[in-house]
Design a protein around this ligand. Structure first.
Ligand code: ADP
Ligand code: ASP
Ligand code: MG
Length: 459
């Protein structure tokens, strides 16, 4: 009788044949143990979801030849992975045949867009699901062959048969009760000694229509699946060895924190640390399931363990960054302002489901930091008739995160002194006791973040 661990691998971890081979080793070394079997959850190969989005855009622009050319490129890239994995001829042919169905379906979808002249969210989800279906198809064949000598069964499980969501296409919400019910059969197989492979990010409505749960959502899928099968642990395998003090692509001195509280990990994710989808940790921790973030490139490193409390974690966890955000400044048109304007502003935020990244209110003005130009334009149209609006784009949000912030005298002074040369356009502190956010022009971000990192982590 086996216990189950969830092992989720992101796009770079399955980007080509050598990466897939590393994942097979990780599944063998860190997933399959005596009394333990893994549920392997995969993303699409890196860059594929972006290409699929592009295919939809090209079709909408009536650039059908280019759309079909992009499908051919995807076909070729996946076929190369199959070929480079050096599988037996029979297995290679089976995998290639199954992939061909996926590309054929994509071409039909492009023809559908051509005929209808529209790309509905429902069609978009079907289009986007191809990436995860292709990566898991290849991986399941390769792992089955790899484990055949050990006589371990490998099952390919289409997430659309059990990962049931509502019908909010492109941003669907998983329905945990139904998922738990439907995963019982898979859990039984794993408890009996098999390995299961499935897709992150995609699911289906109860009526069987394909859905997706939002960009970067595979981490969230892994957490929900882990809860549904009462997993012993959720392992998030990515291209860095854990949650770092800052995005290592921006600051080369950044290092992995060995332990991070779930509150700080969620806060880092909300404020832009892409390493984890913001919704991943809360539900897992609530269900008492440990989450670890590990590197598929350096699997022997310890990575980061997410803890339920901040005990034993460092006071200041890291710096999260969001680039290309927008600022919307709202001035009341009334002489003695705000109360009515505020009611209107918050109604508009709620109607458009916008959660500002940071907010600052004064007696006559309100300023909001918004995630995207799309959110900005929605709010601008909702409020145009009642208030004076000014906006700025090309801004960046830097957030210092740590449970120590609330109680440590001098932290704010050190932060401001590190950005004394920058034009700081907004500050937000106090809403979350573990985060201080600043907004600066996007083109100043690299130098500012390096100085903040030096101040708090390397000096
Ligand atoms: P995956 O495809 O495995 O889901 P992502 O690209 O979504 O991986 O997330 C991993 C990336 O997150 C890293 O390559 C890194 O550049 C970025 N990142 C941003 N902030 C952090 C941070 N604080 N710690 C670690 N990685 C971070
Ligand atoms: N493939 C999806 C994306 O690129 C989901 C994920 O990778 O988590 O957004
Ligand atoms: Mg990710």
């Amino acid at each position: 009788m086996s216990q189950i661990v969830v092992q989720k691998f992101g796009g770079t971890s399955v980007q080509d044949a050598p990466a897939m081979r590393r994942v097979m080793e990780i599944v063998k070394q860190h997933g399959i143990k005596r009394g333990i079997r893994p549920l392997v959850v995969l993303s699409a190969c890196s860059g594929v979801t972006n290409s699929l989005i592009r295919i939809g855009e090209l079709a909408m622009l009536k650039k059908f030849d280019e759309a079909h050319k992009t499908i051919t490129e995807l076909d070729q890239r996946h076929y190369n992975i199959v070929h480079d994995l050096k599988l037996s001829l029979r297995v290679e042919q089976e995998a290639a045949l199954e992939l061909r169905f996926i590309w054929r379906e994509l071409r039909t979808l492009v023809r559908g867009i051509e005929l209808l002249g529209e790309l509905t969210p429902k069609m978009k989800d079907k289009l986007l699901s191809a990436g995860e279906r292709a990566s898991t198809t290849i991986f399941a064949h390769a792992l089955r062959e790899h484990l055949s000598k050990k006589s371990i069964a490998v099952h390919y499980c289409d997430a659309r048969d059990f990962f049931i969501t509502d019908s909010a296409f492109t941003l669907a919400r998983p329905q945990i009760g139904e998922i738990t019910k439907r995963m019982k059969a898979h859990a039984k197989k794993m408890i009996g000694g098999a390995v299961c492979i499935t897709q992150g990010f995609i699911g289906a409505t109860k009526r069987g229509e394909t859905t997706t749960i939002g960009r970067g959502g595979s981490d969230f899928s892994a957490a929900i699946m882990g809860i549904a099968i009462a997993a012993k642990e959720i392992q998030i395998w990515t291209d860095v060895a854990g949650i770092y003090t800052c995005d290592p692509r921006l600051v080369s001195e950044a290092y992995a924190q060995p332990v991070v509280s779930f509150v700080d990990a969620s806060t880092m994710a909300f404020f832009g640390a892409k390493v984890l989808h913001p919704e991943t940790i809360g539900p897992a921790v609530e269900a008492g399931i440990p989450v670890r973030v590990l590197s598929s490139k350096q699997p022997t490193l310890k990575g980061t363990t997410i803890l339920t409390s901040s005990e034993g974690t460092s006071g200041i966890t890291g710096i999260a960054i969001k680039r290309n955000i927008a600022l919307l400044k709202i001035c009341s048109t009334e002489l003695v302002p705000v109360a009515t304007s505020l009611a209107m502003i918050f109604d508009a935020l709620s109607e458009h489901k916008i959660i500002p990244l940071a907010t600052s209110l004064s007696f006559d003005n309100a300023i909001f930091a918004l995630d995207s130009a799309e959110e900005l334009s929605k709010l601008q149209s909702a409020l145009r008739d009642y208030t004076n609006l000014t906006s700025k784009q090309g801004r960046a949000l830097i957030t210092l995160v740590g449970h120590g912030l609330e109680y440590s005298a001098g932290v704010a002074a050190r932060l401001f002194s590190a950005v004394k040369k920058n034009n700081c356009e907004m500050v937000s502190f106090g809403g979350s006791g573990n985060a201080i956010s600043l907004v600066i022009p996007d083109d100043e971000i690299e130098s500012a973040v390096r100085r903040i990192h030096k101040e708090f982590f390397t000096s």
